[in-house]
Write a protein that binds this ligand. Structure first.
Ligand code: UFG
Length: 344
């Protein structure tokens, strides 16, 4: 029998790619999403990619009764991947209570319902933001957690602690916390990808929108950092590689292979790229020239961060192996697909 996995935020950017990889691996997926930052059409696109239509419930994870109804309807949910969250760093500074309510309330509801419905484990979508500016690079999971730069970042730290405390209290669940570095790119079919609301805040969505002419030029935020070319360095990870990390994390929980009830893994490539290097890689792989300018630094930016992913490589048997050129090309093809559909 196929094991049933609940994916919250399953119509979102990382969620939708993960649903496809779960289905490819033979899991039965139930999606819960309130569609606050995605559309129900994504369910059709998931089906177009995988050939299997996932169950879908338009429910807000803050709605305890609604969520409980999902566990009652789809008996035998074995594990959860929890993506559903508000994720705009800038907005979280303007509306902290919205972020604390959404991101923390949702997790609490899930953790309360899990033992009641015999759900064995949860994979939580965390972020390298918990490390702030690490003192040592590449950063390992043992690096200290730094004070969060934004309410959004704080919700990731608090949620990690909530999971640790819940498991320590004797809750019969286990957890894997995946700390993502910078997810980019789209599905190679160009049927799934990131659909930013309004002006993109993240680098790759801004690059592809500039390349296609929606934005006039990319502003590179600062070229006076202490890095070889002066621009910030990040660890950009392909979204399909990232999605696959969730599948191995789920298998590890269900096959009871965990070495601790709560495990933490960095999910990155281990390679840092500067903003300028990324722009050059985009131009090289797509053949499209990008209009850009150097602009002042953006408040709150970390100078440089990249992962030591060896724990995930060795323990999960997972590795991010998509070349950056392929990833950037996938982002570009997704943007061309959006244009073709008249979406953006
Ligand atoms: N950048 C530009 N121009 C842009 C957008 C971004 O130069 O128009 C630069 C940024 O300054 C940064 C790099 O591109 O150096 C990457 O920026 P992103 O916004 O794409 O990603 P961040 O590293 O800032 O964001 C990540 C995660 C968030 C997390 C945040 C914490 O995506 O979830 O780190 O700092 F909260």
């Amino acid at each position: 029998m196929k094991e049933k996995i609940l994916v919250t935020g399953g119509t979102g950017y990382i969620g939708s790619h993960t649903v496809v990889e779960l289905q490819n691996a033979g899991y039965d997926v139930v999606i819960v999403d309130n569609l606050s930052n995605s559309s129900a059409d994504v369910v059709d696109n998931i089906e177009a990619v995988s050939g299997i239509r996932p169950a879908f419930e338009k429910i807000d994870c803050l709605d305890y009764a609604g969520l409980e109804g999902v566990f009652a309807k789809y008996q035998g949910i074995k594990a959860i991947i929890h993506f559903a969250a508000s994720k705009a760093v800038g907005e979280s500074v303007q509306k902290p209570l919205l972020y604390y309510r959404n991101n923390i309330g949702s997790l609490i509801n899930l953790l309360e319902l899990m033992p009641k419905y015999g759900v064995e484990g949860i994979v939580f979508s965390s972020s390298c933001t918990v490390y702030g500016q690490p003192d040592v690079l590449p950063v390992t999971e043992k690096a200290p957690i730094k004070k969060a730069e934004s309410p959004y970042g704080n919700t990731k730290q608090i949620n990690e602690e909530i999971i640790q405390d819940t498991v320590a209290s004797g809750s019969p669940i286990s957890a894997i916390l995946l700390r993502y570095f910078n997810p980019i790119g789209a599905h190679p079919t160009a049927l799934l990808g990131e659909l930013p609301n309004g002006v993109p805040q993240n680098l790759v969505p801004y690059i592809v929108q500039t390349a296609i002419g929606i934005r006039e030029k990319l502003s590179i935020f600062g070229n006076d950092y202490n890095t070889p070319d002066g621009t910030c360095i990040r660890d950009y990870i392909n979204v399909v590689d990232l999605a696959k990390a969730h599948v191995v994390a789920i298998a590890r929980i269900l096959e009871k292979k965990q070495k601790a009830k709560v495990e933490v893994f960095n999910i990155g490539t281990g390679r840092g790229l500067s903003v300028l290097e990324l722009v050059q890689a985009f131009e090289k792989s797509t053949g499209v020239k990008l209009n850009y300018q150097i602009a002042p630094r953006r408040a709150g930016d970390i100078e440089k961060v990249w992962a030591d992913p060896s724990l995930a490589n060795n323990e999960l048997g997972w590795k991010a192996d998509t070349p950056i050129e392929d990833t950037l090309l996938s982002a570009w093809k997704w943007q061309l697909h959006l244009r073709e559909k008249g979406i953006q």
